[in-house]
Design a protein around this ligand. Structure first.
Ligand SMILES: NC(=O)c1ccc[n+]([C@@H]2O[C@H](COP(=O)([O-])OP(=O)(O)OC[C@H]3O[C@@H](n4cnc5c(N)ncnc54)[C@H](O)[C@@H]3O)[C@@H](O)[C@H]2O)c1
Ligand SMILES: O=P(O)(O)OC[C@H](O)CO
Length: 391
């Protein structure tokens, strides 16, 4: 059982004793105080919990304690990850060496972690969200507010479904998004960065999320364009894969800059074709151009794609992910496939040569060098021609 924050701060439990998760001390008893739960505890999930937990201690309208749902794992030494997090105040697997704040309580029980939450922060790899949402139906407060930090998309028979929409529709709650140029390890050690909250309609809710995340080293602003912000965060991972190929092929900075530019244009075009409400200005926020830059310079998608290209596509992304990321998950390869399915279904493949080529390389149908090779591999269109034709 997850100990309460109070229990963590006092004594280690006596051997064999289990402790029910309970409401934390006096000032936390006030019924109107908002309780926050973070659903997810990977690299970014842990940093998000740290950011939030340092703010809930300062903001009187929030309970101090922040629950963090942990997908339970047994560590190589036989210990449970959630127990180690509560003993050491560190996520030793996904964010080692960084204290999360004593008011972060790791909880491996999903139902219990969300039960009392007024504000739910979703931050797991996108491929797990459909299953998590199914498990949460009927388990959360009806008036809870949600935010998704998840960069990804689901493709259903009916068409593409944003993760925030999945959360909203399955759980019947409002869901904002937070995206940006946010490499978690850098924010964990409090290096300055910015982020963008995307909201629909209710600005007060967006301001509440800004308040919960904002720090002098993490500057958050809000824009009324939930789809634009979320699609920026999602699609940049496909561009990052292309940038990694360019690095693996040692093609240099100009080529990588070209990939970023073409990628950004495809991101905007795809987003606007899916949602006419998407605003051009969103692409100038942290979630847009800034995230493209950071992710193409220093992200995990870029890193694994570089290794993929160096091995000439002979080692699979699954293999490289397991070896290089040690349990952390790539989003770009599956997102490229999901975007490709949308493009194919709608007859848009030729309009998006970069997105299309990334998937064809990841799936082994083209060599990594095809990222900037044209007609011999792709008789129907080319990156250059496609870009020129469309834009
Ligand atoms: N890490 C970053 O720098 C960063 C920054 C911004 C956004 N994001 C986004 O945040 C989201 C979460 O990424 P992360 O970096 O926190 O995670 P991660 O890749 O570091 O960790 C993987 C997580 O998935 C969990 N997991 C494994 N199998 C699972 C299962 N079957 N069901 C549920 N959970 C399972 C693991 O326990 C772990 O918590 C992603 O969409 C990512 O794109 C990441
Ligand atoms: O490490 P990546 O490639 O998952 O990217 C991390 C963040 O999304 C960068 O903003």
């Amino acid at each position: 059982m997850a100990p309460s924050m109070e229990a963590q701060q006092q004594q280690p439990e006596t051997e064999g004793e289990t402790q029910l998760a309970q409401a934390a001390p006096d000032d936390n008893e006030a019924p109107n105080k908002c309780k926050v739960t973070v659903v997810g505890s990977g690299n970014w999930g842990s940093v998000a919990a740290k950011l939030i937990a340092s703010n809930t201690l300062k903001l009187p309208s929030f309970h101090d304690e922040v629950r963090m749902w942990v997908f339970e794992e047994t560590l190589p030494n036989g210990e449970k990850l959630s127990e180690v997090i509560n003993q050491t105040n560190e996520n030793v697997k996904y964010l080692s060496g960084v204290k999360l704040g004593k008011n972060v309580v790791a909880d491996p029980d999903l139902d219990r972690a969300v039960r009392d939450a007024n504000m739910l922060v979703f931050v797991t790899p996108h491929q797990f969200m459909e299953g998590i949402c199914k498990r949460l139906i009927g388990k959360i407060k009806k008036d809870a507010e949600a935010i998704s930090l998840i960069k990804g998309i689901e493709v259903k028979r009916e068409g593409p479904c944003m993760i925030s929409t999945l959360i909203s529709e399955q759980l019947g709650i409002n869901c904002c998004v937070l995206m940006g140029a946010n490499i978690a390890n850098e924010i964990a050690v409090e290096k300055f960065s910015e982020a963008t909250v995307g909201y629909r309609g209710n600005k007060e809710i967006a301001e509440r999320w800004v308040q919960l995340f904002n720090h002098p080293y993490f500057m958050v602003s809000a824009v009324q364009d939930v789809e634009g912000v979320e699609l920026c965060g999602t699609l940049k991972n496909v561009v990052a894969i292309a940038a990694g190929f360019v690095d693996g092929l040692e093609m240099g900075n100009n080529t990588k800059a070209a990939i970023m530019r073409i990628g950004l244009r495809e991101m905007r075009a795809f987003s606007k074709l899916l949602f006419s409400s998407v605003k051009d200005s969103t692409f100038f926020e942290s979630c847009g151009v800034a995230d493209i830059i950071t992710t193409c310079l220093g992200g995990r998608n870029r890193k694994c794609a570089e290794a993929f290209a160096r091995h000439g596509g002979k080692r699979s992304f699954d293999e490289l992910e397991a070896e290089m990321l040690q349990g952390q998950k790539l989003q770009g390869v599956s997102t490229a496939k999901e975007v490709y399915e949308v493009l194919r279904h709608r007859g848009w493949l030729e309009l998006f040569p970069l997105f299309t080529t990334v998937h064809e390389i990841c799936s082994g149908h083209l060599p990594p060098s095809a990222i900037v090779e044209y007609s011999e591999h792709k008789p129907k269109f080319s990156l250059v021609e496609g870009s020129a034709r469309f834009y």
